[in-house]
Design a protein around this ligand. Structure first.
Ligand SMILES: [Zn+2]
Length: 348
């Protein structure tokens, strides 16, 4: 599914849905137009009467490169284009690169103000939150931010081509409270109060625009950080996707549940699935397992990674990480976030 820019898809039919619930929802004037590489016209079809979904079936020999959703008087509307899940993998079809008219559907920062204005009040706005702190000698400082974004992207992909208007992703907040790793280079912390104020301001601003359904998606678990998120969520009536809650944590991997959830097998696997170029595979492979129950240490007053025995800013078993495990974990996290998106949409 498209989350931005061109993407390769294998398809022999094209489904198009508006990027957002247009003010002309219900209008019958939408048409789907498919163009080839030279912007030549291939085929056009009326969208369904709802004006929500349009599809064009193409013979295998056509190679669509551009798809437009036309509104009244032929004006191009923002559109989301994707093959059905099954189509993308169907054997015997051809590859085609499709450039949606506006692929920037799911990134809030890519919308025009006109598109933002047209977002339905039912749209769920996701706010990814991470941190900038050491993640072992093998993984990037922004690991937690990258994971939060990846979880949002996975959830949106799972929502599928029929529901792209149901959620959008804000630019991430890439700074958090990282005092446990203060002694390491690259640890850039903000105070809990600043974090809480920042998130509250963002949520209040969205609220004023009628975006009442909001989820903070967090992947950094230092207690002071999580507490600031909980406080911001509570004071702004925003939902927090909090995988440290037992109900969610028990669906995650053994290592995560053991409390050794920093730059170990769990986080490194997600990175191998999403950003393998950012993982130093040689360094990763040489790291011995280091089981550390971080929550217990923190509860007992441990003030730093080093006091917990994490002298290289990791715990757990990064050497055992794999992209396959990362994919599986992302599927689990994405499923949990989709469940939360649906429940937030149903709340009044
Ligand atoms: Zn992390």
């Amino acid at each position: 599914m498209a989350t931005g820019g061109d993407y390769a898809a294998t398809m022999d039919d094209v489904d198009v849905v508006p990027a957002c619930e247009l003010s002309s929802h219900g209008c019958v004037h939408h048409r789907v137009r498919v163009l080839d590489a030279a912007q030549g016209f291939i085929r056009e079809h009326n969208a369904e009467a709802e004006g929500v979904v349009g599809g064009v079936a193409l013979p295998d020999s056509y190679r669509p490169t551009r798809v437009q959703l036309l509104g009244e008087r032929g004006k191009v509307q923002a559109a989301w284009t994707a093959a059905d899940d099954g189509d993308a993998k169907r054997a015997g079809t051809h590859d085609a690169t499709v450039s949606p008219v506006s692929a920037a559907i799911t990134r809030f920062g890519d919308l025009t103000y006109v598109a933002a204005e047209a977002l339905s009040g039912d749209t769920v706005v996701l706010l990814p939150v991470g941190a900038l702190e050491p993640h072992g000698p093998h993984a990037p400082l922004a690991t937690d931010t990258l994971i939060s974004l990846a979880v949002c992207d996975r959830a949106l992909r799972m929502l599928g081509s029929r529901e792209p208007a149901h959620a959008v992703v804000l630019p991430p907040v890439g700074y958090g409270v990282t005092h446990l790793s203060d002694a390491f280079a690259g640890s850039v912390s903000i105070s809990a109060g600043v974090l809480q104020s920042l998130l509250s301001d963002i949520c209040h601003s969205l609220e004023r625009q009628g975006m009442r359904r909001r989820i903070i998606v967090n992947s950094h678990f230092e207690p002071e950080h999580v507490n600031a998120l909980r406080a911001a969520a509570e004071e702004t009536d925003t939902t927090l996707f909090d995988v440290t809650r037992r109900r969610l944590a028990e669906r995650l991997t053994d290592e995560f549940r053991s409390g050794a959830a920093h730059a170990g097998r769990y986080e490194t696997s997600i990175l191998l699935a999403t950003h393998p170029e950012l993982v130093d595979g040689v360094a990763m492979g040489m790291l011995p397992s280091l089981p550390v129950d971080m929550p217990s240490h923190i509860a007992a007053g441990s003030p730093s990674f080093e006091a917990m025995g994490m002298h290289r800013a990791y715990c757990g078993s990064p050497a055992e990480a794999s992209a396959a495990e990362g994919e599986a974990t992302l599927d689990t996290l994405g499923t949990m976030l989709v469940e939360l998106i649906h429940s937030v949409r149903q709340s009044t």
